[in-house]
Design a protein around this ligand. Sequence first.
Ligand SMILES: NC(=O)c1ccc[n+]([C@@H]2O[C@H](COP(=O)([O-])OP(=O)(O)OC[C@H]3O[C@@H](n4cnc5c(N)ncnc54)[C@H](OP(=O)(O)O)[C@@H]3O)[C@@H](O)[C@H]2O)c1
Length: 238
Amino acid sequence: MSSDRVKRICIIGASGKLGQYMVGHALERGYEVVGVCRERSVQKLAAFEGRMTVVPGPTNDPEVIRRAVAGCDGVLTVLVPWGVQQYASGTAQAVLDHAPPGARLVFSCGWHITRDGEDRYSRMFTMGVRIAAVLGKIVRAVEIDDQVEACRRVFASDTRWTVVRGSSLEEGQSQGLPVWSRHVGDPVLASNLTRRVDFALFMVEALGDDTLVQQAPAIVGCRTPSAFAHAGGLPKHA
Ligand SMILES: NC(=O)c1ccc[n+]([C@@H]2O[C@H](COP(=O)([O-])OP(=O)(O)OC[C@H]3O[C@@H](n4cnc5c(N)ncnc54)[C@H](OP(=O)(O)O)[C@@H]3O)[C@@H](O)[C@H]2O)c1
């Protein structure tokens, strides 16, 4: 689906930091926006009141998702590993089951997700993910394995999906659309830093980019040293 055919979109996990940036970008593009978030987080979307529809409820509730995605040309889903209730895989499954046929489905996750096992991680990165997974399980706050399972289901589906794999994130003004590569470990990604607002921009832009269908781009900020090095050095205005 090209961007001129995307009119109505659903943002699942709209109240989080990434979600709110996505709502902003989508409204700027003139999309009709439906957002889903937990009931207690609805007030986080107060700044958008009157400009979007909010469907309150757990994002892993199939009935909530069925109502929210009805009639949508695109669905942007924030996959998070929080809690110990298979929240990420439940959310992904509900979207895969209920999104209208042919809709563009874009999911967020981190670099730790690998589609084909060809990603090359530093020892430090791998150790950090392992420690977070073990500690998260012990304190029953994080289920990294479930985010992996969520993405496995997306990769196995025959829908028009894109899984956007974010690097480490920082806040700050937009620097523009991140650059991407197929595999973590590719030199262009070495800086491992993206502004969260630009991660959101990439998610929204992916709705209209058919070259990203059934791809799992790993992204990095377009003004990071590794992105500049890949582009042949600093541009004059940098
Ligand atoms: N943080 C990073 O450094 C980083 C790095 C790379 C990739 N990513 C990816 O970026 C995306 C956004 O991550 P983020 O860290 O920036 O967070 P975020 O955008 O603030 O989103 C957090 C989301 O998790 C929900 N949430 C929080 N606690 C929850 C719980 N106990 N049960 C269910 N839902 C809960 C929030 O909902 P409420 O608004 O209802 O609380 C919100 O929708 C994720 O896909 C993540 O994998 C993050």
